[in-house]
Design a protein around this ligand. Structure first.
Ligand code: ARG
Length: 470
């Protein structure tokens, strides 16, 4: 048998394994395998769980108290070095290897005892869960920041009594309170917050103590570990525990939906900011100019928000694709879960403050909104008028349709048609029909829960304020 030697061996790296290997790993594998560039940021969580593990080992009678305490102090010293800017060595395979190397530098050979009973499999799962729980809390704060801006705009628009067209198929449909439109972007974010919170709950299962796959052979107290690390429950099965990345998928799905919602908000604002709509005027801080066209003011922050949404989707699909092919237990494919997770969360932390800032800077031109309300948009109200007078809705729909056709053919707004046109369209039309054609009256009538009417809107604003306070 011949083996091809492609590349020479490099200086021996600090490794957590290797006893059973006679030769060095190929640089090409090292390069592929090295995850420190991605997982370095897990270090505060790895330190935390390692300190808890040192205590657990003492508790289980594996280490004397003195050694366990020296280990804890050593880990504190490592953390201090990392906080002060210690960077990975070229040979560090991953964050766990790096911390192990630094701990050896701090406390010598005793560091080798820390890995007793644990594996990087339960270690990385625990660190990633801790990171995700932390990330969910920060995401919640960032989402709420954007919701607060929405609520401020909605409150101001409501105070002004601003009305605007609501669109379906991007065609003018019916008049609504502008605050009602603004809040239509608030509630999706409220659901996103609930999904992020659910992902945090999914992450709060402790895998530590599962070892590589079969559980830990030392009598460590997983319950104590759970308490000291702030987990809600213990993983019930060690095979499942080292491969369960459901919480990553759940968070990525939550962020995909959030990205989609932000994209829709951004698109509304970009559209409403065109000269053709003119409902929105952008501020200076979140727009850019053109190198060629002096008149341009481009809503870059919003466009980048819209453009970022497929990133989260890509991250979600990447992770699901990875999980889909795996047998049970830990497989190295799982190492890439963090790349997808961190990319989505990082992107959100860029997008959320920029969207909040861009929205905060928007000025709503309520007179332009009102000008966009044509009386054709009150066609439904006209039909409702006939229904209130005793017509069936089908019959009313037909009569109003004829009036709309006449209005289009003669180039006359519905409210400017002579009464005889109404009378000809349906005998139940009376002179009070012109009141049914007012946008304000149309909005006022839609006062069911969740409608755009004034009482419903007051309740909605109150509910939004309560939601944000939680
Ligand atoms: N860097 C690895 C990861 O992120 C740590 C686990 C390594 N486990 C192993 N059996 N080689 O998944």
């Amino acid at each position: 048998m011949t083996t091809l030697k492609l590349v020479g061996a490099t200086a021996p790296a600090h490794k957590l394994w290797g006893g059973r290997f006679a030769g060095e790993t190929a640089p090409a594998l090292d390069a592929l395998n090295r995850s420190i560039g991605t997982d370095f940021r897990l270090w505060p969580f790895d330190i935390r769980l390692s300190k808890a593990w040192a205590v657990a080992l003492w508790n289980a009678g594996v280490l004397p108290l003195e050694e366990s305490q020296r280990m804890e102090r050593g880990l504190d010293a490592v953390a201090a070095r990392l906080r002060a800017g210690a960077t990975p060595a070229a040979s560090d395979e991953d964050v766990h290897t790096m911390i192990d190397r630094l701990l050896h530098e701090e406390i010598g050979d005793l560091a080798s005892k820390l890995h007793t009973g644990r594996s990087r499999n339960d270690q990385v799962a625990t660190a990633t869960r801790l990171w995700a729980m932390d990330a969910c809390a920060a995401l919640d704060t960032a989402i709420r920041g954007l919701q607060r801006v929405m609520l401020e705009h909605a409150t101001a628009l409501d105070r002004e009594g601003a009305l605007m067209p609501a669109y379906t198929h991007l065609q003018r449909a019916q008049p609504v309170a502008a605050a009602h439109w603004m809040l239509s972007h608030f509630w999706p974010l409220d659901r996103d917050r609930a999904r992020v919170a659910a992902a945090a709950r999914a992450a709060a299962t402790l895998p530590l103590g599962s070892g590589a796959v079969a559980g830990c052979a030392y009598p460590i107290s997983r319950v104590l570990l759970q308490g000291s690390l702030g987990f809600a429950r213990l993983s019930p099965n060690s095979i499942d525990a080292v491969s369960d990345r459901d919480f990553v998928a759940e968070l990525l799905f939550a962020l995909t939906m959030l990205g989609t919602h932000l994209s829709r908000l951004a698109e509304d604002l970009i559209l409403y900011g065109t000269s053709e709509f003119g409902f929105v005027q952008f501020g200076d801080a979140y727009t850019t100019g053109s190198s060629m066209m002096p008149q341009k003011r481009n809503p870059d922050a919003l466009e980048l928000t819209r453009g970022a949404a497929p990133r989260m989707l890509g991250d979600l699909v990447t992770l699901l694709g990875t999980l889909k092919g795996l047998p049970s237990g830990y497989n190295k494919d799982l190492q890439d879960d963090k790349r997808a997770l961190f990319d989505a969360v990082d992107t959100m932390h860029l997008v959320l403050p920029a969207t909040a800032g861009a929205l905060a800077e928007c000025t709503f031109r309520t007179e332009r909104m009102r000008d966009a309300l044509s009386s054709a948009m009150m066609a439904t109200d006209l039909a409702d008028y006939l229904v209130r007078k005793g017509a069936t809705f089908r019959e009313a729909h037909g009569a109003v349709g004829r009036l709309v056709r006449e209005s289009e053919e003669t180039g006359t707004e519905l409210h400017s048609l002579p009464f005889k046109s109404f009378a000809a369209a349906h005998p139940l039309f009376d002179h009070d029909v012109y009141e049914a054609l007012s946008a304000a009256a149309s909005v006022e009538r839609r006062d069911v829960e969740g409608g755009t009417g004034p009482n419903a809107l007051r309740d909605q604003l109150e509910a939004a304020r309560a939601a944000i306070a939680q």
